[in-house]
Design a protein around this ligand. Sequence first.
Ligand code: HEM
Length: 401
Amino acid sequence: MTDIAEFDLNAIGPAYIEDPYPTLRALRERSPVHRNADGSVFLTRHADVLKVYQSRAMLSDKTEEFGKKFGQCPLHTHHTTSLVFNDPPYHTVVRKLLASAFTPRKLAVFEGLIEGIVERLLDRVEEKGELDLIEDFAKVLPTEIISFMLGIPPEYRQKLRGYSLAILGALDPVVPPERIKAGNEAVVEFTEILSDIIDHRRRNREGAMEGEVLESLIFGEVDGKRLNDEELMQNCIFLLNAGHETTTSLVGNSVGILLKNPDEHRRLIADPGLITSAVEEFLRVESPLQQGNRLAGEAIDLGDTVLPKGTYIHTSIAGANRDPAVFADPDRVDLSRSPNKHLAFATGIHVCLGATLARVEGRIAVGGLVKRFPKLAANGPATMVPLARFRGYASLPVRVR
Ligand code: HEM
């Protein structure tokens, strides 16, 4: 983009989706508080994004915004009922109920589960020799984990990534009508499946497995409040979306980064202990969730600009994570980067509830793959998921021998 003043987040095209980083860099340098044609602003500096996420006066409720975008439809009901697009007090109640699913005890159950699933997947990878890393590896792990959390039977699991992409796809800045249609259909179908599962669990509470989240969501109470049927359903769907596509992308993007940076790949093979800091670097360099939004409930002072109350704000997590004011040589991949104060999981009251789980999944999956297959290499052209808000591969062909 030659003239960054003309950039409009609501009119981005395939070139931005393919590689947003040169544009984000130009914005950060020349228009860090960038006004879009509709009056909203796009923030690309780390300090500004951090300040917005940390401010209690920045609101997440999207009833009005999504009303304009979707009209009254299942997608609108879904997104406006999930905790991430709500403010306290509703947000606080749902978050407390969900938090009971991510206690250290439950995470220990998940860790054992993840190790078992990854071991089986690695055996399959070995048998195949050549594979699509997304289809045959990256997407399978989060599907299994979320299915376990929500008690989803095996026969439905194949459909989950499709639902997730269809529902999340409608959140992109530019959304064609067919994507809204697909999102609505996904919400309706997934609701039908979940209704049966929830009914079954209500009648068979004792059948819940240790670590299952559904049970706490159905029967849990915070300050005497339980989720009603709509809240329960929509927050289960949200959990699927929150934990599914993002984690698939964490694993896929990590492998993509290693294939493009052979020196760092060799470093990790030689020193597997680097995997913990490597996962942080993967999250920084190719953040699975690239941007968020807030509505200014009060004016916010960004140092050189004051945004008035009522401003609709887009936060560029991807821009913030490559800000040279915080990260030395930000486009360089350094698997031992420290400190690494990236914002891939956001921060503030909506900070990702699944961050620890996602980190464990990334560490075990990517660490296991690199350790077992030192000859891991690209095996043909990769394609990206055609979304701007979420960044990940649609397919990533690799071979392991
Ligand atoms: C690499 C993987 C992941 C990334 C990059 C990620 C990123 C994020 C980000 C940036 C937010 C804040 C959104 C906002 O405030 O606008 C968020 C919220 C959330 N995430 Fe994650 N996430 C990941 C994995 C997971 C997993 C595995 C789960 C659960 C299974 C999960 C559950 C949630 C929940 C429940 C929220 C909403 C928290 C709230 O509104 O209070 N995430 N995530």
